[in-house]
Design a protein around this ligand. Structure first.
Ligand code: 4NP
Length: 161
């Protein structure tokens, strides 16, 4: 199994949606035997909460997904338990790297680097203080990035096996 952890700041907007969209593509492609996913936040503001209601509403409307993840905080041991840690922006990336143990297994990557249309952007923008349009944009961005990420992982495992 290839395990993937999606990480943002609060674990209520971007990363739980990335997790759900990623698993939705995994499901649709019949790849459940290959992938597992989870999500976490670098901050502790929203521990135990469901995703933001605007994120949940857009996920239901656009992709018919019911988000049920409960927010949890990223921890150093995640480096040992996942193959990939996918950060939503550079600030998340830096906060993740501060906790990296010597014996880390996970490779840390930026989600936006898997955008199939735009190559020179680093961030999935934080929609928390934004509008409904910002939530919609993030939804479509993550739908594209997660799909492309699956393609890239599969291509990589085909060349290394
Ligand atoms: P997320 O968005 O990192 O995509 O979950 C945020 C959620 C909450 C806050 C910031 C960003 N906050 O400041 O509470």
């Amino acid at each position: 199994m290839i395990s993937v952890l999606f990480v943002c700041l609060g674990n209520i907007c971007r990363s739980p949606l990335a997790e759900a969209l990623f698993m939705n593509h995994v499901d649709k492609q019949g790849l459940n035997h290959l992938f597992t996913a989870d999500s976490a936040g670098t901050a502790s503001y929203h521990l135990g909460e469901l995703p933001d209601k605007r994120t949940r509403a857009m996920a239901l409307k656009v992709s018919n997904l019911n988000l049920t993840h409960k927010a949890r905080q990223f921890k150093a041991s995640d480096f040992l338990n996942f193959d990939y840690i996918v950060a939503m922006d550079k600030s998340n990336y830096q906060n993740i790297m501060k906790l990296r143990p010597e014996n880390a297994k996970a490779q840390v990557v930026l989600m936006r680097h898997f955008d199939s249309m735009i190559q020179n952007e680093d961030a999935i923008p934080d929609p928390y203080y934004g509008t409904d349009d910002d939530f919609k944009e993030v939804h479509y961005m993550l739908d594209d990035c997660t799909q492309n990420f699956i393609k890239k992982i599969l291509a990589k495992s085909n060349t290394t096996n």
